[in-house]
Design a protein around this ligand. Structure first.
Ligand SMILES: Cc1cc2nc3c(=O)[nH]c(=O)nc-3n(C[C@H](O)[C@H](O)[C@H](O)COP(=O)(O)OP(=O)(O)OC[C@H]3O[C@@H](n4cnc5c(N)ncnc54)[C@H](O)[C@@H]3O)c2cc1C
Length: 592
């Protein structure tokens, strides 16, 4: 993979990139397409025919499906060959995450096993631990789980009470405590458990085998959705964990937990695209069959609006996913070239993109919630029937806003990570922001006569960047040390950053695609509507942030500047959405 520019995390706020430097999903090579097809075939052959049984709680069956995935190599996509893996780059891993995302509960069990259940050992484990565990997790001989959450420690994950004490002979840690909401809990063979040694303030991480004496697995939780996945409490009663099963160093567990969550967020961001495309395909098929008032419902403007919006949001989100995937791959390769071990290179590269992974998690999970909600609506009463996949999709989607760090926590992280990096000097955000702030009267929309299609779109995006910089700067100036505590304002800023990043990724994708394949008018419709909507969203959030933190003439001047920076030409969004919907209706499947 080649790129002229590899932006640092959050640097997109202040720097532009050339469309040709980003990776777009239309560039997947033959091998990547075949890997995705293998995953799709697996869902068709093993997952969909068993949905009813797994949804009713057949955990033996779910475990056997995971093991079959292991036989096919699907559990080792992110694992180097020396540990029985398949050693694919990060972009391919994200494509697999996307494809398996259409697998309902299977995708949760699968992502948990391949990601949070395995990768802490792969990334932070020593050679013996990798040989002993990773090489068997890669094939499905073992199934993994990740045990961080406790009854009193959810979002505040480092506040857990599970405790480890060194035995008198120094050979074991004696583990006591309780974990909850553990995915794959009911059938996992290995668990990555986070606990505090003695009176440590910071967690350490351990590999625990589920069959060891003192490990007690609770019954499955009754959940709103992802009913085919196992979620349990796990109790540790004087469990003897060999000292050689500590991952990394004492006190390194919290860092491991957080880094792994960075990876989980990226993969979740990819996973939701698969689910969204599946729902959109199911929904358009239904709308092409269902008649009311002697017409197919797909002919009604209200339905076309919904179908188009589902496509626009999924397509836009997908653009950001593969843009970041390549950024991670480039950084990972750089770290490897500098002599880093693969595991360290991979997790450091992933964790570096903290601003983007939080964006992908929040935007992606909310995109999917939108898609499944409208999917149910287009199905009318049938959407409310448990017979329909769209009902399952609706219930399954909801968890994505809660796990891998809630969306509230991740919204805060978007702003916190971006501003911290700027303050550390990784890029200059506050300098140009201050210059804008000091010259509010000079702000104009920079329109140039005769600009072409992409010059205009990219100018809008530059203006959105200015709006975001100005909003961050002015809120910081007004709120001072209270800044991160004024969460409503931080949420406004976070929403602005997300809209900007997704809009820019979409514009660059479509520009690159036109360079490769020529003009596609429906793609332009998608971009037109998205950029137009992003302007209103950014404007509204900017306005809320300004009037919530600043008063008087200064607020009015800022608001006027924001209005200028979010000014975009009018778009006939009705016709644009109709054309997008008409393509979907003609294809009768998501094919964008
Ligand atoms: C089906 C399922 C599977 C799961 N799988 C796993 C797993 O495999 N392993 C594992 O370790 N955990 C797992 N979890 C746990 C999950 O990660 C936690 O539920 C999540 O981190 C939230 O923690 P909590 O439930 O304690 O909510 P809380 O932290 O109590 O949050 C409650 C509400 O308060 C908000 N909130 C909390 N703190 C703040 C703050 N500082 N600012 C603003 N708002 C805040 C939250 O966003 C949320 O809206 C799973 C959960 C579920 C439901």
């Amino acid at each position: 993979m080649e790129s002229t520019v590899n932006l640092k995390s959050g640097e997109f706020l202040v720097k532009d990139v050339d469309a040709n430097s980003i990776f777009i999903p239309e560039e997947f090579n033959e091998e990547q397409r075949m890997i995705a097809q293998t995953c799709r075939d697996f869902l068709e052959a093993e997952v969909y025919p068993n949905l009813e049984k797994t949804e009713k709680g057949d955990r033996v069956l779910m475990k056997s499906i995971l093991k079959k995935a292991g036989e096919l190599g699907m559990l080792g996509v992110a694992i180097p060959e020396q540990y029985n893996g398949f050693g694919q780059n990060f972009t391919t891993q994200m494509l697999v995450a996307e494809t398996t995302g259409a697998g309902y509960s299977f995708s949760v069990a699968y992502m948990c096993h391949c990601g949070i259940g395995t990768m802490p050992i792969m990334y932070y484990g020593n050679e013996n631990q990798r040989e002993k565990y990773v090489s068997r997790l890669a094939t499905g001989e073992l199934i993994g789980a990740y045990c961080l959450t406790e009854p009193g420690a959810g979002s505040d994950a480092n506040s857990g009470k599970t405790n480890a004490k060194l035995s008198e002979d120094g050979k074991h840690y004696i583990l006591n405590g309780q974990k909850m909401w553990i995915t794959n809990g009911g059938f996992s063979d290995t668990q990555v458990v986070f606990a505090k040694i003695d009176t440590d303030r910071i967690l350490s991480a351990f590999i625990v085998e589920s069959s060891w004496p003192g490990v007690v697995i609770g019954p499955d939780e009754h959940k709103m959705g992802i009913k085919g996945s196992s979620t349990t409490q796990i109790y540790y009663n004087d469990v003897k964990v060999p000292v050689e099963n500590m991952i990394g160093a004492r006190g390194e567990g919290f860092r491991i937990a957080l880094s792994i969550l960075h990876m989980g967020r990226m993969k979740l961001g990819a996973n939701v695209i698969g689910a969204a495309k599946q729902t959109i395909s199911d929904t358009v098929k239904y709308s092409n069959e269902r008649k009311q008032f002697n017409s197919l419902i797909s002919t009604f403007g209200s339905i076309k609006h919904k179908l188009a919006q589902m496509v626009i949001k999924a397509f836009a989100h997908e653009s950001a996913i593969y843009r970041v995937s390549q950024d991670v791959d480039i950084l990972l390769d750089k770290y490897k070239t500098e002599g880093c071990d693969y595991g360290k290179a991979a997790i450091d590269a992933i964790s570096h993109y903290a601003v983007e992974d939080a964006i992908l998690k929040v935007y992606g999970s909310e995109m999917l919630d939108y898609v499944v909600d409208e999917g149910v609506q287009v199905h009318g009463g049938m959407g409310y029937s448990a017979e329909m996949n769209v009902d399952k999709g609706y219930r399954d989607s909801r968890i994505n806003r809660i796990f891998e760090g809630t969306n509230e926590i991740n919204r805060l992280l978007v702003v916190e990570s971006a501003t911290k990096r700027a303050l550390k000097g990784e890029y200059d955000l506050f300098g140009p922001a201050e210059a804008l702030y000091n010259n509010l009267d000079a702000i104009n929309d920079s329109a140039k006569a005769g600009e072409n299609y992409f010059e205009q779109k990219l100018r809008y995006i530059k203006n959105y960047k200015k709006a975001v910089m100005l909003a961050i700067y002015s809120a910081n100036k007004a709120l001072g040390k209270k800044f991160m505590n004024e969460q409503e304002v931080v949420n406004n800023l976070s929403n602005m950053i997300m809209d900007l990043y997704i809009a820019e990724s979409l514009a660059l994708r479509i520009q690159k695609l036109e360079g490769l394949k020529g003009v596609n008018s429906v793609n332009r419709d998608i971009l037109d509507v998205f950029i137009y909507d992003a302007a209103s969203n950014i404007r509204k959030n900017a306005k809320d942030a300004i009037y919530s933190s600043i008063e008087g003439e200064e607020a009015e001047k800022l608001n006027k500047a924001m209005k200028t920076l979010t000014h975009v030409a009018g778009v006939n969004v009705k016709d644009a959405r109709r054309r997008i919907a008409d393509k979907l209706i003609a294809d009768n499947v998501y094919k964008f």
